[in-house]
Design a protein around this ligand. Structure first.
Ligand code: APR
Ligand code: ZN
Length: 236
């Protein structure tokens, strides 16, 4: 979908809306907000004047409207916009995770660092396939290595909260992506997205195991950066 019009619930300010604080720069193009957008690419001319400034409704950060449109059009155009300054998300962010399955169950063992509870095991399974228009090389095959991938969370109150939010992230296609693996260097393959998982159960040889006291808070922060908070888990 296209970016909602200026004056919508996301972006305040309408034609003509010129920035009064001419000493401030647009941090998308680095040109002053009092002058024209520095964006020279195609496709935004008719939408607005080069001088038009939009103010994001919730966080209040301001950019050239043409810069916001260009940023949106250069992304995956999923109907969401993320403020490049403070990361506030407008709309619902979704990813390009290929089709697959997410399952989980409780296993009767404790993780190092979580002696008082059992363990949630999540099993992700994604088969190889053909890339869609949302992927880096549409029409080309992608591989899927190391599946099923097993991941672990403590079966504590906070661990269960993380699980609920991971289920939302899965539905929004944000757990995996298609790209180049930084571990193997292979391109056109399924890779972890921006939410860290623990794939090692009884030890921590890879750095992706337990104990790791900050892990659950880190994951909650990474989920927040994807626009997923406890409110989402309550709604779905
Ligand atoms: N377990 C969990 N997360 C990992 C692992 C791992 N073994 N290896 C890397 N990551 C994290 C990285 O820290 C990074 O943040 O995943 C992110 C993406 O790294 P890539 O190497 O690009 O991802 P990918 O190729 O999907 O993963 C490499 O993870 O689960 C295993 O079987 C998988 O061996 C593969 C490895
Ligand atoms: Zn700009």
């Amino acid at each position: 979908p296209p970016l909602p019009e200026p004056g919508s619930s996301w972006i305040k300010g309408n034609e003509p809306f010129l920035c009064l604080n001419i000493s401030q720069d647009c941090t998308i193009c680095m040109e002053p907000l009092g002058g024209p957008s520095g964006y020279k690419g195609p496709g935004v001319g008719p939408v607005s004047r080069a001088e038009s400034v939009g103010r994001l409704a919730q966080c209040g950060h301001q950019y050239h409207f043409q810069c916001l449109v260009a940023m949106y059009n250069n992304g995956n155009k999923d109907g969401s916009l993320q403020c490049p300054t403070c990361k506030t998300i407008y709309g619902v962010k979704t990813g390009n995770q290929p089709a697959g399955k997410m399952e989980y169950h409780v296993i009767p063992h404790s993780l190092p660092g979580h002696p008082d509870c059992k363990t949630i095991r999540i099993i992700y399974n994604i088969p190889p396939g053909i890339q869609g228009p949302e992927h880096p090389n549409p029409g080309k095959p992608f591989t899927a290595r190391g599946f099923p991938r097993h991941c672990y969370l403590p079966d504590s109150e906070k661990g269960r909260k993380v699980l609920r939010l991971l289920l939302v992230a899965w539905d929004r296609r944000l757990i995996f992506s298609v790209g180049t693996s930084s571990t193997t260097g292979e391109s056109d393959t399924v890779i972890w997205n921006e939410v860290h998982h623990k794939t090692e159960f009884g030890s921590n040889l890879t750095g992706h195991g337990f104990p790791d006291p900050g892990h659950l808070d880190n994951v909650l922060e990474e989920l927040r950066a994807q626009g997923i908070t406890e409110d989402d888990a309550l709604m779905e």
